[in-house]
Design a protein around this ligand. Structure first.
Ligand code: M6R
Length: 616
């Protein structure tokens, strides 16, 4: 994880770096730091501190922050606790070189021992510090350019990195490189920006280059040159950013998470735009990113979905959709398990990665493995130009807009929407669904944005329920069928932002163990909307009530049976069961949000977490 940002040009770098770090803070917020080259004094000033970017800003108040070349870092600790010493940038022994790094150097221990034997002292416990000493060592011994020393050092590293390097002797030089961790270069008029994603860049330029793996970029005296690790010059491809600046601000909401929950009607409209065509009683789906593969849909024998966290939950919803509509087997895998399991990939396997960021290290590695084993690989991602879409054979963007809150909300509903479109598209191509049934599902899908608006009107009611349970130590979430993944997602939302222990279970599994937890202190959130399993869910509610548990039920509008059983009822509009998770998840998002706010938790930046998990 970690966020990195750098600038070289004619403006003051410090304000650009601080603003950039604020935008990247979702990637990590354990410590922050900057380095600036002051050409007048000849100093390379490095300031770093444990805490958030706001703490760094305070710390900088009486410091010399002069410089038109600089770089900044916001950390999510992997090697070494979050403290001032371990904060980035790290410097070479004589202070003449500085580095910021996102990723993990797996052979850092061996390199550290080697460098210690050569007389290097380490000032931190990080894996990053070995890189700067290694570069320094190569440069000293060989009398070669800094760029060349960096290139040689990189060939000795095992692991993942996005790095930026500055030199006191060469203040007009900035060197960056990547392998496995993202790095975007913004190309302005005589100025360049480097960052982990495009958010720190977008207000200065819309022209960006996505640096490839094993590539090094050097800006020297205003000129950018990109080489690969074999020292061959690469021709960069400049793409245009489509991010809307407003999307990066809170826009009147107290937290990004709340803004993103409320943005779901719009984000789903953006996700659906131009993708559904309905004429009379038939509906079709158009997914531009899959066009060249459509004729191969009939050759697919099995779908494997790889993802992590919330995206994995979206994959579980998709399992129900694909099996029901396409009638082929689907396996949903934790990417972190799949990548190390020597999985069996057969002819006709399609592997789909779901990822908001498109950068999750485990998901990326799982996909790479699937590709090596000969599978066709698709991606469903939100961040345009991120690593997963660049690796896949084909894919569909979710177009949910930037998601800044660490807890994923609108990305989940957009992922489920895309997977629904994909399932309907594939089912129509394979004739495994009638056009009429496909059209029913699409009709329900296009109504979802308006129906989410109705759910959002229940916010006050949900806040009142949150007030009652905000101090509960545990919480259980139950759902059956396609609502089971929603139960998992509700539990994940609550635990990650409010630190309440929460578990999601298939409602019927409760009696095989978790029922032992139920007493009068235990809130049980049950998703009990219209479905084939409705009667069975009612029985599960009765089982909880018989043990004095407190039921918070999410039900379909007008439900009378559960009204009489549950302690609290949240009604949501009726819809087709196939798309019902898109509505039922919204009250659970709001419930978690309010509980977390009432408990005084940092909703957008929960402890120990980071938005984009680009390390294993
Ligand atoms: O960017 P990705 O969708 O690949 O991220 C996957 C998970 O890290 C992410 O969903 C995580 O679980 C969120 N914090 C959940 O709210």
């Amino acid at each position: 994880m970690c966020g990195i940002v750098a600038y070289i040009g004619s403006r003051d770098a410090a304000p650009i770096l601080i603003k950039g770090l604020q935008r990247l803070e979702y990637r990590g917020y354990d410590s922050a730091g900057i380095a600036l080259a002051n050409k007048t004094t000849g100093d390379l000033n490095v300031y770093k501190i444990a805490g958030k970017v706001a703490d760094l800003e305070n710390y900088l108040k009486d410091k010399d922050i002069t410089g038109t070349t600089g770089m900044g870092h916001t950390r999510w600790a992997t090697h070494g606790i979050p403290n001032d010493r371990n904060a980035h940038p790290h410097v070479s022994q004589d202070g003449s070189l500085a580095i910021i790094h996102n990723g993990i150097i797996e052979n850092h221990d061996i390199l550290r021992k080697l460098l210690i034997s050569r007389g290097y002292h380490f000032n931190s416990d990080t894996d990053t510090e070995v890189i700067i000493h290694l570069i320094d060592d190569i440069r000293k011994n060989e009398d070669i350019s800094l760029e060349e020393a960096v290139r040689l050092a990189l060939s000795e590293l095992v692991g993942a990195y996005a790095i930026v390097i500055m030199s006191r002797q060469e203040p007009d030089l900035l060197i960056a490189a990547r392998k496995g961790s993202p790095l975007v270069i913004g190309v302005g008029q005589g100025e360049y920006f480097f960052a982990s994603d495009a958010t720190p860049i977008v207000e200065y330029t819309r022209n960006v280059i996505y640096l490839g793996d094993h590539e090094l970029a050097a800006v020297k005296n205003g000129e950018l040159i990109i080489r690969n690790i074999a020292n061959e010059i690469q021709t960069p491809y400049i793409s245009e950013l489509e991010i809307d600046l407003e999307a990066l601000e809170k826009g009147g909401f107290e937290h990004f998470m709340l803004k993103e929950i409320y943005h779901q009607p719009e984000s789903l409209l953006d996700c659906l735009r131009g993708r559904v065509r309905q004429i009379d009683s038939s509906g079709t789906v158009e997914l531009g990113g899959l066009i060249k593969f459509e004729n191969q849909f009939s050759n697919i024998n099995r779908i494997i979905i790889v993802a992590c966290g919330t995206s994995w939950h979206a994959g579980l919803v998709a399992e129900y959709l694909f099996e029901e509509l396409v009638r082929i087997p689907v396996e949903v895998e934790y990417a972190s398990e799949f990548r190390y399991r020597n999985p069996v990939i057969l002819p006709g396997d399609l592997v789909i990665a779901i990822s908001q960021s498109g950068e999750t290290a485990d998901t990326l590695a799982a996909l790479q493995l699937a590709k090596e084993k000969g599978a066709t690989i698709f991606g469903v991602c939100n961040v345009v130009g991120s690593s997963i879409p660049r690796l896949t054979d084909a894919g569909v963007y979710t177009h949910a807009g930037p998601e800044i809150g660490v807890a994923s909300t609108k990305a989940f509903t957009a992922q489920v929407t895309v997977m629904t479109l994909m399932a309907v598209k594939m089912a129509l191509k394979r004739n495994s669904v009638t056009p009429e049934r496909a059209n029913e599902i699409l009709t329900a899908l296009v109504n979802i944005p308006d129906q989410i608006r109705e759910v959002l009107k229940k916010d006050d009611h949900i806040r009142k329920i949150a007030e009652i349970y905000k101090d509960a130590p545990n919480c259980l979430y139950l759902g059956r069928g396609i609502q089971f993944p929603v139960a998992l997602e509700g539990a994940l939302k609550l635990k990650e932002i409010s630190y309440i222990h929460a578990e999601g279970y298939p409602a019927a599994e409760m009696k095989h163990g978790p029922i032992a937890l139920i007493d009068e202190q235990m809130p049980v959130v049950v998703i009990a909307t219209d479905s084939l399993h409705y009667e069975k869910v009612v029985s599960n509610i009765q089982e909880v009530k018989a043990r004095k548990g407190k039921i918070i039920a999410v039900v379909s509008e007008g439900d009378e049976i559960i009204q009489g059983l549950a302690d609290h009822v949240i009604e949501i509009p009726r819809t087709d069961e196939m798309v019902s998770p898109l509505l039922s998840v919204v009250p659970l998002q709001l419930f978690s949000y309010h509980v977390a706010v009432m408990r005084g938790c940092n909703v957008d930046q929960p402890r120990n977490l980071a938005k984009s998990v680009t390390v294993e």
